[in-house]
Design a protein around this ligand. Structure first.
Ligand code: NAP
Length: 240
């Protein structure tokens, strides 16, 4: 299947490792030009080199939770490639913690990282997408928006807020040719999963997850918007 993204320009944040990197690689393999960011220089250079074997790539060292960074990343993509078509918003996950053990500062940090960062990215990108009447936005969240994980109260809380915002925004954007969806991973074999040591059943392959994200950002996915796509190996048991 031709995903129809050859020559499109994609911005994927938090993408030197794990699910963000896999999403960037999948888009690059489909012919999109890719801009990525992360904080650590070594892994970022490694990811840029891998992407460069498929496409034109730009790696920007940046902390995406800094409120000024989303605007600077969008500007960097447009300056380098002259346009922006696809945004995949990702950020590191918050620390573990049960609901009554997390304090205000931790909640505020999680909302900043896992809600506001995505909102800022979309807000900055939308004028460019609207200008061309075509855009794809995919927010990497978690299966915990469908089935809260008791030990990840920060993640559960921030990401469901993002879901509500995204569902609203999808309706505001669709008539402009812009789709907005959430890709919701269950347990995948990444460094994050090793760090929190919470695998829930068999682990998913990040490369497969990246291909799901690439499909959501594709031409034939034009009628999929406002959706939450679980990629969790049937782990979540609810109907919604
Ligand atoms: N893996 C899973 O099974 C799973 C399941 C559900 C949800 N998720 C969520 O999916 C997201 C990605 O998880 P992952 O497993 O791929 O994590 P990962 O393997 O730890 O990779 C995280 C990537 O994001 C970058 N990053 C982290 N914080 C950043 C920041 N503030 N600014 C810029 N880049 C940043 C990291 O690079 P630097 O550290 O160098 O910046 C790295 O490239 C997380 O939000 C996680 O909670 C993951």
């Amino acid at each position: 299947m031709d995903l129809g993204v050859t020559g499109r320009v994609a911005l994927v944040t938090a993408a030197s490792k794990g699910l963000g990197r896999a999403s960037a690689v999948a888009l690059a393999q489909e012919g999109a030009k890719v801009v990525i960011c992360a904080r650590g220089a070594e892994a970022l250079a490694d990811a840029e080199a891998e992407l460069g074997s498929y496409t034109e790539a730009l790696a920007v060292p940046a902390d995406v939770t800094d409120p000024a960074v989303p605007a600077s990343l969008v500007a960097a993509a447009v300056e380098r490639f002259g346009r922006l078509d696809i945004v995949v918003a990702n950020a590191g996950g918050p620390p573990a913690g049960r609901s009554l053990d997390v304090d205000d500062a931790q909640l505020e940090a999680a909302v900043n990282a896992n809600l506001l960062t995505s909102v800022r990215l979309v807000r900055e990108a939308v004028p460019h997408l609207r200008q061309q009447g075509w855009g794809r936005i995919c927010l990497i969240t978690s299966s915990s928006i469908k089935q809260p994980i008791p030990t990840l109260a920060l993640s559960n809380t921030a990401r469901t807020g993002l879901w509500a915002w995204a569902k609203t925004a999808a309706g505001d954007l669709f008539d402009d040719g812009i789709t907005l969806n959430l890709a919701c991973p269950g347990s995948h074999a990444t460094e994050r999963m090793k760090a929190i040591a919470l695998p829930r059943g068999p682990l998913g392959d990040p490369a497969d997850f990246g291909r799901v994200v690439a499909f959501l950002c594709s031409e034939p996915a034009k009628f999929i918007s406002g959706s939450t796509v679980l990629v969790d190996g049937a782990h979540s048991v609810g109907l919604v």
